[in-house]
Structures are given as C-alpha cells and as structure tokens.
Design a binder for this molecule. Structure first.
Ligand SMILES: [Ca+2]
Ligand SMILES: [Ca+2]
Length: 140
C-alpha cells in the first residue's frame, strides 16, 4: 500500500522529508501526500509563487507599483505623496508668493497671481507703472 512503509506497512512515509515546501512554507505530512502551508504572500503547491500584490492597482495618480513579499511599494509621480500616492503635495504650503500674491497649488508646482505692481514667478519683481509723461520733470 503506498504511503506506508515497514515490513507490515505500518510506518507512515514522511513525504515532508525532502522539504518540498519552499520559502519557509510549513509541510504537512499526509497519507501518501503532503501539503504546504505557505507564509503570507506566497502560494502554489510548493509555495513557489510570489503573489503579485500590485494586481489590484493600489497606487494612485500614475504611481508605479513595485511588488514585494506580502505587500507592495508605490513609487509616486512627482508632486504626490502618501502610501498610495493619494495626496497631492501642497506646493503653496511654504507661502512662495511674495508681496500679497495669491498662490494656486498645482501638480508638482505652484502658480502666483500677483498683486498689482508686482510680477515674476513669486511676485518678487517690482513693476514700473510710471508712464513717460510722469517721468518728465520740467525745469522750474
Ligand atoms: Ca508579492
Ligand atoms: Ca500640488
């Protein structure tokens, strides 16, 4: 009778003796067969398969998913942060717009709406608003 050994076939053959379960899987010695209990993140008859945790597309905002053991890592697109890259970084948080300019948060950048009299990316540049006639200083 297979699965048994010994002169009177009373000794159960240990099918786990060859350590068939890979990647720290636990082997169950059964009658004429074995089964593997795999660690989290592994599957297959021999625990040979690394489950792809990226299949569900857990990363957001065009992030790249990197499969790991029993987990994954999201590599965020510039301008995003968080475990799933779900957060749009607020580039206005540092108050980059000077001289009363209004900041608009965008993806990986900001935009300043400058107060009159100011210009430049951060409203740091004074605008000359005088026209030519105002510059004319007559001799008295
Ligand atoms: Ca995996
Ligand atoms: Ca942003």
């Amino acid at each position: 009778m297979s699965g048994w050994t010994g002169t009177v076939c009373n000794i159960d053959v240990d099918e786990c003796a060859s350590n068939p379960c890979q990647h720290n899987g636990t082997c169950n010695n059964l009658r004429n067969e074995y089964s593997c209990n795999c660690v989290n993140g592994r599957e297959g008859d021999y625990c040979q398969i690394d489950i792809n945790e990226c299949v569900s597309n857990p990363c957001q905002n065009s992030a790249t998913c990197v499969d790991g053991l029993d987990g994954y890592t999201c590599n965020c697109y510039p301008g995003f942060t968080g475990t799933f890259c779900e957060t749009d970084i607020n580039e206005c948080a540092s108050n980059p717009c000077l001289n009363g300019g209004t900041c608009t948060d965008m993806v990986n950048r900001f935009s300043c709406s400058c107060h009159s009299g100011w210009q430049g990316l951060t409203c740091h540049q004074g605008k000359c608003t005088l026209n030519v006639s105002q510059l004319y200083l007559p001799f008295s």
